[in-house]
Design a protein around this ligand. Structure first.
Ligand SMILES: O=C1O[C@H](COP(=O)(O)O)[C@@H](O)[C@H](O)[C@H]1O
Length: 223
């Protein structure tokens, strides 16, 4: 694991957005297309704001979430809504959004078709992950009903996930898909998440799911 400390959150968000933009540009030059997977939640908005203004051929970039809460875009809890409002606009408006939600009561009902939409865009060129203070990443929560299956090397691409701390049912990319990314960045802010990350380094992924991604990741942190 590499650990990068930034003087403050503004430096962090700008610096990491530039790293991600540079890696996407490299992929576009070398391979003609790229994929970017990003977290939802409260932390990554400023990175999305910067990325949405970056001059890239976004029409050749597929963008998808790490995970989604099983709610429609009319809900303020929708990670897809955050993506549309903060990332898929301006210069990035032409990027292709690969959906992780489709209207239905449960994720199980739409799982197969969402997985087929995702498959052509793997492996992920650039993966940005968040982390909760409980050491969850994507929707791999400690104590979640299907955590062991989602951590297994033969896990499917996507899995539904339910956990007490998660609120609504979730859908998440699984550990092998996340680990297969060509570049892995983890964004954390504040003392509480830094302490959680240090604790995760001492625990197995079954107790601290973010641990499954740390070996090949660069963690980006500011107070
Ligand atoms: O619920 C979620 O939480 C994590 C962390 O979110 P934050 O609000 O603490 O930044 C996020 O990475 C994940 O994508 C999201 O669904």
């Amino acid at each position: 694991m590499k650990f990068e400390t930034y003087p403050d959150r503004e430096f962090l968000m700008l610096g990491l957005a530039n790293v991600i933009a540079g890696q996407l540009a490299d992929f576009l030059r070398r391979e003609g297309r790229a994929s970017l997977s990003v977290p939802g939640g409260t932390t990554p908005g400023p990175i999305f704001d910067t990325l949405s203004g970056v001059d890239l051929d976004w029409s050749r970039v597929a963008v998808f979430l790490n995970d989604e809460r099983w709610v429609g875009e009319d809900s303020p809890r929708s990670n897809t809504r955050l993506l549309r409002e903060r990332l898929l606009r301006g210069k990035a408006a032409g990027a292709a959004l690969v959906p992780l939600y489709a209207p239905a009561e449960t994720p199980e009902e739409r799982l197969a078709e969402l997985e087929e939409c995702l498959r052509p865009h793997l492996p992920i060129s650039v993966l940005l992950l968040g982390m909760g203070a409980d050491m969850h990443t994507a929707s791999l929560f400690p104590g979640a009903d299907k955590l062991a299956e989602a951590l297994a090397p033969d896990a499917p691409l996507l899995m539904p996930m339910r956990a007490e701390a998660a609120g609504e049912p979730r859908i998440t990319l699984t550990a092998p898909v996340l680990k297969g990314a060509m570049n892995i960045h983890i964004l954390i802010t504040g003392a509480e998440k830094r302490a959680a990350l240090e604790r995760a380094l001492t625990l197995p992924p079954e107790e601290a799911p973010v641990r499954a991604l740390l070996d090949n990741a660069t963690v980006h942190w500011a107070e």
